[in-house]
Design a protein around this ligand. Structure first.
Ligand code: NAI
Ligand code: PYR
Length: 331
């Protein structure tokens, strides 16, 4: 199929390990005419733009990379938020919440007024909680604010099942759902190896111990990589670029993605149809009793985290107002 020449832009906030890997992936598999990078570390930003641009000069990939401001980013077709702190060895994603929520809040202040048609894709962690607050802070419709969620965990799951079954990951349909974090769960009852439910494809292997081994592998993948190289970047770079493609090309692809779940009162990953307007619709999935319970526990845990973060935001606002009042007294 000939490449369409689209006048489309993707802004990436944060050009550290994840942001720059995503930008590189978007250059190698071009889907937009412009990638705008934004980062307060100006020397890093300039260097990343120059280095990434060097990758566009041979082969004429058709994607231009440039530095921009938060305000420029707010006008892009898709804004991917990778800005924020990352886990150190042994740290959990949730420990980043306070720092990354403050960064998120400052980002929305600097991006305003945001293009009302923009799709926001959250990648920074803890991604489900930040997706929830990004929707509130941006004022965009819920369908336009999504988090990469368990797309990466689901890819990891397909990878390990491919090894166990000796079937290509492309022929495996398997979803990790819920939190991109420790309360995630595997929807075992809906896994298909080619045309076979997994209990038929691996009849003697599906024991509780097997399930636990796979779940532990999938849940612990990020920490294991971070322990040796300090970050994860290629997997999420590829996932985020694919999500951008499903959106810009209105592909109607079904993926587990983090978005607001009205019946659960939080953002977490469930299957959804992705297209030009973001979440086109949730895709129903039948969960067995255990999985349903895992989903509810996961949502209850995330609601608790949101409630704690809301209190912190209210306290910050009160402090901000008190400091403003003090400053007015002085001048
Ligand atoms: N959802 C997922 O599956 C994954 C999420 N992540 C998360 O992505 C985030 C970024 O990770 P890395 O790129 O490795 O970190 P990094 O530290 O290499 O890069 C983060 C960049 O964000 C920038 N930044 C800070 N405040 C900013 C602002 N207001 N506007 C624009 N940029 C700003 C920093 O200057 C820094 O360059 C982390 O929170 C990490 O946990 C990482 C991998 C997978
Ligand atoms: C860092 C992270 O969230 C991941 O690789 O899954």
């Amino acid at each position: 199929m000939a490449h369409q020449r689209l006048k489309t832009s993707i802004a990436i906030l944060g050009c550290g390990d994840v942001g720059s890997t995503l930008a590189y992936t978007l250059i190698l598999n071009p889907i937009c005419s412009e990638v705008i990078l934004v980062d307060p570390k100006t020397a890093l930003l300039e260097a990343q733009v120059r280095d990434l641009s060097d990758a566009t000069y041979r082969g004429n990939t058709g994607t231009r990379v440039r530095a921009g401001t938060h305000r420029d980013a707010g006008q892009a077709d898709i804004v991917v938020i990778t800005a924020g702190a990352k886990q150190k060895i042994g740290e959990s994603r949730l420990s980043l919440l306070s720092r990354n929520l403050h960064i998120l809040s400052s980002i929305f202040k600097s991006m305003a007024p945001i293009n009302p048609n923009t799709i926001l894709l959250l990648v920074a962690n803890p991604v489900d909680i930040l997706t929830y607050f990004a929707q509130k802070m941006s004022g965009l419709p819920e369908s336009q604010v999504l988090g990469s969620g368990t797309t990466l965990d689901s890819a990891r799951l397909r990878g390990v099942l491919a090894q166990k079954t000796e079937v290509s990951p492309n022929s495996i349909d398997a979803y990790v759902l819920g939190e991109h974090g420790d309360s995630q769960f595997i929807a075992w009852s809906s896994i298909l190896i080619g045309t076979s439910p997994i209990r038929l494809a691996l009849p003697d292997q599906i024991t509780p111990a097997f399930k636990e081994e796979i779940a532990t592998h999938t849940r612990g993948a990020a920490a294991a990589i971070i322990a040796s190289k300090g970050c994860t970047a290629y997997g999420i770079g590829n996932m985020a670029a694919s999500i951008c493609k499903y959106i810009l090309f209105d592909q109607r692809t079904v993926r587990p993605i983090s978005f607001f779940q009205p019946s659960l009162g939080c953002c977490l990953s469930m299957p959804a149809v992705l297209g030009r307007k973001g979440i086109i619709r949730p895709m129903p999935i039948v969960l067995d009793e255990t999985e349903q319970e895992e989903l509810e526990n996961c949502a209850s845990h995330l609601r608790g985290v949101i409630a704690g973060a809301e209190k912190e935001l209210v306290a910050d606002k009160a402090l901000e107002k008190a400091l403003e009042a003090e400053a007015e007294k002085v001048f």
